[in-house]
Design a protein. Structure first.
Length: 582
């Protein structure tokens, strides 16, 4: 992307100013032995910028993460920098290797690569512990032995200052001894906690001696039982950024109130010679707020655990594994992220914007195929019983170089049930007795009647065809008809399962006010139907995408399909069908 093509936003303005001033080009190495990412600077390594995507491995990535991924990796790409993938794995009770593997797969699926820059917070636990010791030795941290309830009561409110802990005046020697004994496993969970010593009267509650280490006798997915104390996220995250020489630490607005502690901590560690300077800069942007979805990790877990959906990869969930199974494309997500941009103010994006980005990309890459979703038999009475022939249909009407494919034609066809009525309403140009229509890519036919069962249900439609009306042949244009319908040869089509996915919630703001968000689930978010498909689709492979003409974009489900028996998921309709429902 050239300089003139880069989208302008406040983050790019900050980066441009930092590059112009040479802010990070002048970064000084502390000289302290540290992780490989920190030692690179000591070896003379320079990059324009260094960003990171730092997920916690306690769940699957969702659409909001896609925005952050595209932003961080995109900035590094555009400015000739580097973006790290780093796991903030500081909470062993909620993290799992399953989530690590899923996150790695999702970022790669979106089209981004981190090269050798894959890191884990757990790899820095020893450095974090040593840095905490340095803070204690400098009088910037102390061990508090209050209960959690006492700490909450003494923290104060937005209008009242907090009260100092009775243990705040412990000596440095006593604090060091207790902290090391915490590490040695001498104490039960909750007995002690290490706190930064800042200001209990600060108007920013996050600076009222925040906790930085707690006791947790829990097995970690990467370090096992090597540790029984773990750093708090707000303590670990800035240290990880500093050790990895991050220049711009980009996060969402809910961390804005935490920035003063981020800056305080890195300033103290820089004074103690623990990190390189200047330290990273935290920059906040508005998170993604999408209508008709929930992006709360807690709510997504509830939907999965209460079995409102079929799992983390349910195509209705706003997870990236669900989006992939539904047929969304990485290109569609990247286009969406570029279209909505980044701002400092919260706003809502209608889900139709994401759907349209997916639709636009799928229109370019999806071959066309024919599917009859609600089959009704059509009998061509004047067509020879044992005859068949091949018609031709383009694989993509705007891409002639994609060629054409054969469509078998015979006496018995499948058509959509909605393409026939006995008594047509005004403006109806499809099949009814006495009317003519063109079978798309085939012949013109004239309807002569229909068959019904004992209950009066229509079970077959009869017609005659005009042999000289076949599309693409001389004389075909002599037949002027207003209707054009899809069809498949009943002899050659095959039956398949199709899943029609719709929005998971029936309202734009699920759970608004005091309402339980589960009550807003859309009961019609999944409809399973059995359809007739053209024979070319029988050998479609998992994740192959197609446009079913008239019906939308579909993907071969990678979980339930089998060779020769594909199952299709609808990705999006051909146009936004929700406008008329609002």
């Amino acid at each position: 992307m050239s300089e003139t093509e880069k989208p302008s936003n406040f983050i790019r303005h900050i980066i441009d100013a930092d590059l112009a001033s040479g802010k990070y080009a002048a970064r000084r190495w502390s000289g302290r032995p540290g992780p490989a990412a920190q030692q690179k600077l000591g070896a003379g390594e320079t990059v324009n910028i260094r960003t990171r995507f730092p997920p916690e491995p306690n769940g699957y990535l969702h659409f909001g993460h896609a925005k952050s991924i595209c932003l961080n990796f995109g900035l590094a790409r555009d400015y000739g920098g580097v973006c790290h993938l780093r796991f903030d794995d500081t909470n062993p009770e909620k993290e799992d290797q399953e989530y690590v593997d899923a996150i790695i797969g999702a970022v790669r699926w979106l089209g981004f690569d981190w090269g050798d820059d894959l890191y884990y917070a757990s790899s820095y636990f020893q450095w974090m512990f040593e840095f905490a010791e340095k803070l204690v030795e400098a009088g910037h941290a102390y061990v508090d032995s209050q209960s959690a309830e006492e700490m909450r009561a003494n923290r104060g409110t937005l209008t009242e200052p907090g009260k100092p802990s009775p243990f705040r005046t412990r000596s440095i020697a006593e604090n060091l001894d207790l902290f090391r004994r915490m590490k040695a496993g001498e104490f039960a969970d909750g007995t002690h906690i290490l706190r930064a010593k800042i200001d209990m009267a600060s108007p920013n509650i996050n600076l009222r001696d925040p906790a930085i280490y707690r006791i947790r006798h829990a097995t970690h997915h990467a370090t096992g039982d090597a540790w029984c104390i773990y750093p708090m996220y707000t303590f670990a995250h800035p240290i990880e950024d500093a050790l990895e020489n991050i220049t711009h630490s980009i996060c969402t607005l809910e961390f804005e109130d935490q920035r003063p502690f981020y800056d305080w901590l890195l300033a103290r560690l820089a004074e103690l010679g623990c990190i390189n300077t200047p330290p990273p800069q935290q920059i906040e942007f508005a998170r993604l707020n999408l209508s008709y979805v929930v992006l709360s990790k807690r709510k997504l877990i509830q939907l999965v655990e209460e079995k409102h959906v079929g799992g983390w990869d349910d195509p209705r969930l706003p997870t990236l594994v669900g989006a992939r199974r539904r047929g969304y494309t990485p290109e569609g997500f990247r286009n969406f992220a570029e279209m909505i941009g980044v701002t400092k103010s919260d706003s809502w994006i209608d889900i139709s914007v994401l759907e349209e980005c997916q639709r636009q990309h799928l229109n370019e890459v999806a071959p066309r195929r024919i599917a009859v979703l609600d089959p009704l038999k059509l009998l061509i009475d004047n067509y020879p019983d044992d005859s068949e022939e091949l018609c031709e249909a383009p694989n993509h009407p705007q891409k002639p170089d994609w060629g054409k494919r054969p469509i078998p034609f015979s006496k018995e066809l499948w058509i959509e049930r909605e393409d026939f009525v006995e008594t047509p309403p005004k403006g109806y140009f499809r099949l009814f007795p006495g009317n003519r229509v063109r079978l798309r890519y085939g012949f013109v036919i004239e309807c002569t009647g229909c068959d019904k069962d004992a209950n009066g249900n229509i079970i077959a439609v009869h017609c005659n065809y005009f042999p000289d009306s076949r599309s693409g042949t001389p004389g075909a244009d002599n037949y002027k008809v207003k209707g054009n319908i899809h069809w498949l040869s009943a002899r050659h089509a095959f039956a398949a399962e199709v899943r029609l996915y719709d929005r998971l919630f029936s309202v734009a703001a699920p759970g608004a006010g005091e309402r339980d968000f589960v009550a807003d689930l859309n009961p019609e978010s999944l409809t399973v139907i059995h359809v007739q498909l053209e024979p070319a689709l029988m050998e479609a492979a998992a994740e192959d995408r197609f446009q079913f003409e008239r019906h939308g974009y579909f993907v071969v489900d990678h979980g339930d399909s089998r060779p020769g028996a594909p199952v299709f998921n609808r990705t999006v309709t051909l146009k936004d069908s929700w406008t008329n429902r609002k």
